[in-house]
Design a protein around this ligand. Structure first.
Ligand SMILES: C[S@@+](CC[C@H](N)C(=O)[O-])C[C@H]1O[C@@H](n2cnc3c(N)ncnc32)[C@H](O)[C@@H]1O
Length: 226
């Protein structure tokens, strides 16, 4: 699905509440999800190489990554500024019989109160560059020693392929943007394990139900180790 705010403005929490509520209403009686039920395959493949511990899913949406992590042995905190999304996530978690600490919070100001995490996931959080840089720098500071930050989102190259996703170049990712967000002075203890553009097969790995006009989507993947 596209995010299409007027140019220069990103969606606020009220906009996102509306999107999640409309998705639920449009599919009344069905699963009613804005996004797919599972995280992207590359995230599943990456995380299964880590030992489960404490995880944070930042901008969790309706919780697909948080719920999947909880089902794979992680103790999960999940944050999103859309109360509607968090409410739906709680319902999906109950249906999956997993426990997640759901919190409504803005990624720019939410704080884990001294807690650190073995894994932090940030999936498809598209914000203006200065805001995204600030969010990723904050998140990186919450990693436990040896912990991993995994960031995945739509790559700018999608604008040339017609793959679904935001059309606003200013909020799309590039490997240069993600790498430089975690490599400024002061974050020197972090090691970039992987930072590249990756392909996602839309037939088997859609971001949202109904994606599939193009064969593949291009995502930017960043994996950092503390
Ligand atoms: C494209 S959705 C992705 C949701 C989820 N990560 C996933 O992959 O299914 C982007 C999410 O970011 C959330 N979001 C956007 N800006 C945020 C902010 N400043 N703080 C917290 N959540 C935010 C929205 O509410 C929305 O749920």
């Amino acid at each position: 699905m596209d995010e299409c705010p007027p140019r220069g403005r990103t969606l606020d929490a009220t906009d996102w509440d509306t999107r999640y509520r409309l998705a639920r209403e449009a599919q009344a009686g069905q699963a009613g999800r804005l996004w797919s039920a599972l995280p992207a395959q590359i995230v599943q493949d990456t995380v299964t190489t880590f030992t489960p511990g404490r995880a944070l899913d930042l901008a969790t949406g309706d919780g697909r990554t948080a719920i999947w992590l909880a089902g794979h042995g992680w103790t999960v905190t999940a944050v999103d500024f859309s109360a509607e999304a968090i409410g739906q996530a709680g319902e999906h978690a109950a249906a999956a019989a997993v426990a997640v600490d759901w919190q409504v919070g803005d990624a720019m100001i939410w704080d884990p109160a001294g807690e650190t995490f073995d894994l932090i996931t940030v999936m498809y959080l598209h914000l203006p560059e200065p805001t995204l840089r600030a969010v990723l720098a904050r998140a990186a500071a919450w990693l436990s020693p040896g912990g991993h930050l995994v960031v995945l989102g739509h790559d700018q190259a999608n604008l040339e392929t017609g793959a679904p996703g935001p059309r606003n170049r200013d909020i799309l990712y590039t490997p240069v943007l993600l790498r430089s967000s975690v490599e400024p002075a002061g974050l020197g203890a972090l090691r970039v394990v992987r930072c590249e553009t990756v392909s996602r097969d839309l037939a088997t790995d859609p971001e949202a139900p109904g994606d599939g006009g193009a064969a593949v989507a291009l995502d930017t993947l960043l994996i950092v180790e503390a």
